[in-house]
Design a protein around this ligand. Sequence first.
Ligand code: 3HC
Ligand code: NAI
Length: 689
Amino acid sequence: GMAMSPVSTRKDGKLFWIISDNPPVNALGHGVRAGLAEAIAKGNADGGVKAIIIACEGRTFFAGADITEFGKPLQAPGLPEVCDAIEASEKPVIAAIHGTALGGGLEVALACHYRVAVPSAKLGLPEVKLGLLPGAGGTQRLPRAIGAEAALGMIVSGNPVGARAAHAAGLVDKLAEEDGLRDAAADLAKEVMDRNTHPVTSRREDKIRAAKEDPGLFDRFRKDNARMIRGLDAPEACIAAVEAAVNIPFEKGTALERELFMKLVTGDQSKAMRHVFFAERTAQKIDGLPKDTATYRVEKVGILGAGTMGGGIAMNFLTAGIPVTMVEREQAALDRGVAIMRKNYERSAAKGKFKPEHVEAAMGRLNPTLDFEALGECDLIIEAVFENMDLKKDIFSRLDQVAKPGAILASNTSYLDIDEIAAQTRRPDHVLGMHFFSPANVMKLLEVVRGKETAPAVLATAMAVGKKIGKVAVVSGVCHGFIGNRMLAARQEQANALLLEGATPWQIDDALTSFGMPMGPFQMADLAGLDIGWNPDTTSSSTVREVLCEQGRRGQKTGKGFYDYGEDRSRTPSKEVEAIIADFARKSGKTPRDFTEGEIRERLIYPMINEGAKILEEGIAQRASDIDIVWLYGYGWPAWTGGPMFWADTIGVGRVLSGLERHGKALGDDFEISPLLKTIAEDGRRFNG
Ligand code: 3HC
Ligand code: NAI
């Protein structure tokens, strides 16, 4: 029998309503497309109908093409055809927009003759974030509706605009009352239905005239946005398509758009970025925990330690409107921490990212104090004191005394054993790790570390809290360094070894930055400070790093570390450092040799993937895509490769295995190839399904 169509129609006097109901986001899957095409034909065939309105049930207007259909054979009708049919309707078609009109959703709206939206609606073409360009006429119609320059901004950034801004730009014809969308759409329909002609976006020339007279516009845009589009294929395709909208007829422009779309959608970058889209959402799912697990209310947060991490963590909650009690052991550290938070807020305000009155509102929610007892009122307490097990144990046994019953106790520790910390309390089921990444007010990753006794509701609460403050939370089991830092350590070990084998710090860093990482291990070390964990009284000149510290090269803050730094923090290779390394290499009996960038990259990245495989086989990570998310959002791994495990899938796990075997002895005496990696390689399978 026929499946129920997600699209229904209803006649209402001279108006013809087309309603889509395809939860959760009205994605334009095959059923919706077929339903839309059929309904437009039906409305046109009915002599009593004078105007057609397209609206959606549920939380949003069409949020785009159905991403799960990409990479599968297309089932007709395609979205471009549906859009053309809407635009060719003899009777005016009105889009009634609420929620998010994104991608194919906005393309449907652009094909309509009129657009009505509620003020809370958002409109955008986010395809670029999936490594694509709009593929149903969006690159050709949007410039004709709002001008080429404005269209470039929306299409290349992928960021949506609010309905008010869209109205001002001419993208929305009429703003409705928040709860009066259908009425406003009907009113507009009645107002226009007796007119002889209706605006047809693809035939408009008025808005692209300015760009025709300014052909330099596109190269200026390329130059101004070079940093944002570095390494990516999709933005250039977007620019080329908008340029075509200005310079060639609509039909030719859409043909070019189609060609570019097909090339991107079958390419590695878009596959990787679609993987990231779903990986981010899958990360929220916790194995063995029902989706509706009850969570605790978190209305007041306590933070212990006002250092680098404590301050950054606090800002997340303050920005989200949640009051924070921040406890320090000494006034000077407290004052310093609070001042840095204020400065960070003020800097964001100066850049226009934040309203000045929001700075005061956020800081007003902060209660800085030396009084440990003040934590007694908090629902969630996050400890961010020095990385020292004895100190953390002492703190947790005291927290257990002070915290109210039911309060959750979390540690931001980078490496330490959460179970050992939890054992200091009478409530190990209410203890877990909440590991933020520096700078904690910026980086989107939160590792939620599940202890062996952590209660399901406590885990679910930490995940929900992460979402509330705008983080992407990933569950990790307990091990040294959890998911991210454990893999980082595997990379660092190889980086240190490579130095003694003859690769320079800058070659090593560049092998990763040219891959797309924001910085390499030695840049990272200089930024964090080489003297973390270094003690001038016990230093023994036994590592390169120790000698650098002894010579006053302690990283960026001292103007020199592995690199020399200029006033503008630009890095230059140092002869002095080269000499120190050469000296070490000599003593270690190694003969320095030359390395290619490819070999360095394999030596650094393949062992990370091997460590990732161990993390999977030990059950520390729930799934390979969670590991990808950790690296994408915690360390800036390039999105267009999909994360380390997806990248391994793309190049072939077999290639990683043979690389590890080829590098053999150089990887170190303790290095072991993960049995899981080996099996997957030998079976020709992938980490990500
Ligand atoms: N296709 C298929 N599934 C989608 C989808 C889409 N376009 N958009 C969302 N979903 C799914 C999600 O995977 C999620 O599934 P799950 O519950 O099984 O995990 C569910 O819908 C709900 O999504 P979110 O959790 O993201 O819900 P939010 O309320 O947080 O966000 C949203 C809603 C803003 C619409 C967000 O989902 C979003 O940004 N979606 C993608 C929008 C997009 O990129 N559209 C362009 C698609 S490409 C295109 O249109 C090509 C065209 O030019 C031809
Ligand atoms: P930090 O040295 O900047 O701050 C620690 C603060 O804790 C200091 O202000 C100190 O005065 C305070 N403190 C020490 N003992 C205290 C006590 N008994 N009571 C109250 N306050 C006390 O250290 P940072 O970098 O913020 O690190 C904190 C924790 O976060 C560590 O466990 C670290 O491993 C972890 N972490 C650090 C990251 C980083 O990049 N710096 C990243 C992720 C986690």
